[in-house]
Design a protein around this ligand. Sequence first.
Ligand SMILES: Nc1ncnc2c1ncn2[C@@H]1O[C@H](COP(=O)(O)OP(=O)(O)O)[C@@H](O)[C@H]1O
Ligand SMILES: [Mg+2]
Length: 258
Amino acid sequence: MSALPSPVFPGEESPGDVSTIEPPLFALRELSVRYGAVQALAGVNLRVMPGERVALVGANGSGKSTLLRALHGLVRPSAGQLRRDGAPRVAMVFQRPFVLRTSALNNVALGLWLRRVRWQEACAQAAVALHRVGLQDIARQNARTLSGGQQQRLAFARAWALRPDVLLLDEPTASLDPHAKREIESLMADFAASHGSAGPDQPVTMLFSSHNLGQVKRLASRVLYLEHGRVLADLPVHDFFNGPLPEAARLFVKGEMA
Ligand SMILES: Nc1ncnc2c1ncn2[C@@H]1O[C@H](COP(=O)(O)OP(=O)(O)O)[C@@H](O)[C@H]1O
Ligand SMILES: [Mg+2]
């Protein structure tokens, strides 16, 4: 019997094509994180490509915040690998912004100054960032006197000023009223449509955790469902909401929609 040519599968073309395949921004292999006896993440495999908008969903304690912190380098893996390609600039926005008792402008400028931007230049860039989130008129106001929604916009200005390639958001609208929630969602959409430090052909990559499935539908391109530190579903947003899901994820979605 004569030898058949070996089959070529999609995605496994000749090695010559490899250079045209974009490297992932983050590549996680069997990543685990422990806090003492608590296994917060267990064997997570994940590749995030530039420009993706990834939503993390799952019950409290499922590991969403830990995954975001690991991507930011705030917690160390206890096992597995986390590779970041091309040293992306990463900024993070938390559920509750930390706000210093000084002007809104200083709050943003300090973030830049800590990254060695000269103070005068930092203030100029901070003013631009405050304008971008619609806080230009209260730039001189003590940030502690701002409303919850305004403080979260301030946190966005601080993130924006850093010109990040990757924006990590941990339940950014969870403690806001519906009006402020909509404002923040529109800033998230703006951010996702902007570009990173490398220029116009490098879209910003966004990962956010959320309990709001409407928000996930509106903003995400891809959804990860976590349970007990494991990723049980990883799907394009349309498939997550319309296709068949693993049983655990299906029950979660049903419960949240109810
Ligand atoms: N600093 C910490 N010390 C100890 N346990 C923690 C800490 N942070 C989170 N955990 C635990 O790790 C698990 C995952 O938490 P977390 O990542 O915050 O989940 P989520 O954001 O989905 O609510 C939970 O069991 C939580 O109690
Ligand atoms: Mg959390």
